[in-house]
Design a protein around this ligand. Structure first.
Ligand SMILES: Nc1ncnc2c1ncn2[C@@H]1O[C@H](COP(=O)(O)OP(=O)(O)OP(=O)(O)O)[C@@H](O)[C@H]1O
Ligand SMILES: [Mg+2]
Length: 437
């Protein structure tokens, strides 16, 4: 739920939108013109602004420029109507996060708001921090290279295993780049089918295909003067790879169904956890695109090759989840963390610590947290993001019980909980099972 400021001189529109947003659970402030909005922004704390463009006095574009100057991280969504489309495009160029074409449906409003809160594949105004914690010499020299590259417009290719911090590094580069005042736009190339990814990246014109009722600028246009993260580039279909290559070479995009190419000035960072050379050998990735992307190659080492980072990262995540500034980890735990292979890299460490706090309210990592290290099945050893803590807890309990051959006393000791708690948990699970069947 967010705190939003909506600005429109059309009072009916304003109150309808206010009511709709309140129903969705947002806290809403309103203003009927730009000047009013600017003064509200000084007094109130809001997380995003939704503003009409055409207003007397200070119009939406001027308000947007004011917000960009005074609160660079604040997302601004512009409302535009027929007749103000060029202004909406102008607004996107000036750093608006997104726009809504009036009249808009609830779904369209939801979509825009979801993108804002999820960070999803939408514009991210880089609200999250991009702090990279490391003391490893390889990583430090990698950050030196990244900092050098950040000062140029060169394309960067980050190749590394899953969970090593590829996206974090991309944000860090954006932060330290010449484009840091521009938008940071991320697109996950694996998340969308080919034709959707194409219109997502390059945009489309009205009538380009059935359902294209208006035009939509592509992510490249929205990333103008900023940074575009092409996540999981190895998953991009060959035909799109060819189109992307053209975009990078010509520095212009063609909207789907568009007549004129649109010049773009965007720094591209691509990431992959695949070995692109292998994909090239198999004919699944274009070599020319690889060379075009690989201007500055950055490889983040997996966590098992920089075990000296485990201690600092552990401290960092303990502070993050437990609020302990100077956390102590006992030797046994350090040894345990050190012996482990970390197939899920930093993300796995982060999840383990998060879970240790969630389950026990303090940090004591037991062998059960890492599951059975002798059984190297990714399914049981790697903790995957996206599971809820209660799912993980249940999985942990069941796996531990399996390992103790159903011996509850032994399992409870390994889990660091009382036998009674374990019994209660098992009873809960049984109830759930009978309910869901
Ligand atoms: N050096 C680091 N310092 C602090 N946090 C880190 C570091 N490296 C990774 N993280 C954290 O680990 C998690 C995973 O990082 P990120 O999403 O950037 O990885 P990724 O390589 O993009 O993973 P995937 O391939 O699964 O997309 C994030 O929560 C990130 O903040
Ligand atoms: Mg990633």
């Amino acid at each position: 739920m967010s705190r939003l400021l909506i600005v429109d001189d059309d009072i009916q529109m304003l109150s309808a939108l206010e009511a709709a947003l309140r129903r969705k659970g947002h806290t809403v402030e309103t203003a009927s013109n730009g000047i009013d909005a600017a003064s509200k922004l000084e007094k109130e704390t809001v997380q995003a602004v939704i503003t009409d463009l055409r207003m007397p006095g200070m119009n939406g574009l001027e308000l947007l420029q004011h917000v960009r100057r005074t609160k660079p991280a604040m997302p601004v969504i512009v409302l535009s109507a027929y007749g103000t489309v060029p202004m909406a495009v102008e607004a996107i160029k000036a750093g608006a996060s997104d726009f809504l074409m009036k009249p808009f449906s609830h779904e369209a409003l939801d979509e825009v708001l979801n993108k804002l809160s999820a960070g999803g594949s939408g514009i991210r105004t880089d609200l999250q921090s991009a702090e990279i914690i490391t003391q490893n010499p390889l990583m430090l020299s990698l950050l030196d290279q990244a900092a050098q590259a950040a000062k140029t417009q060169a394309t960067i290719l980050v190749q590394a295993e899953s969970g090593t911090g590829k996206e974090l590094l991309a944000r860090w580069i954006h932060r330290n780049s010449l484009n840091h005042n521009g938008p940071f736009v991320a697109v996950n190339c694996a998340a969308l089918p080919e034709n959707l990814l194409e219109s997502e990246l390059f945009g489309y014109e009205k009538g380009a295909f059935t359902g294209a009722n208006g035009f939509k600028p592509g992510k490249f246009e929205l990333a103008q003067n900023g940074t575009m993260l092409l996540d999981e580039i190895g998953e991009m279909a060959p035909l799109l790879q060819a189109k992307l290559l053209r975009v990078l070479q010509e520095q212009e995009v063609d909207r789907v169904g568009g007549k004129r190419p649109i010049p773009i000035k965007v720094r591209v960072i691509a990431t992959t956890n695949k070995d692109l050379r292998k994909l090239i050998a198999r004919g699944q990735f274009r070599e020319d695109l690889f060379f075009r992307l690989n201007v500055v190659p950055l490889r983040i080492p997996p966590l098992r090759d920089r075990k000296d980072d485990i201690a600092v990262l552990t401290q960092y995540f303990m502070k993050k989840f437990g609020g302990i500034a100077d956390a102590q980890v006992d030797n046994e735990t350090v040894e345990l963390l050190d012996r482990y292979g970390w197939p899920g890299n930093v993300r796995e460490l982060e999840n383990i610590i998060h879970r240790a706090y969630a389950l026990r309210g303090r940090l004591k990592i037991t062998p059960a947290d890492l599951f059975d290290q002798s059984v190297d099945t990714p399914e049981s050893t790697a903790l995957q993001a996206g599971h809820s803590v209660s799912e993980m807890e249940r999985k942990l309990i069941m796996t531990t019980l399996e390992q103790t051959n159903g011996n509850r006393t032994h399992a409870a000791r390994l889990l660091g909980i009382s036998l009674r708690t374990l019994r209660n948990k098992l009873r809960e699970y049984r109830v759930e099972e009978t309910v869901t069947v």
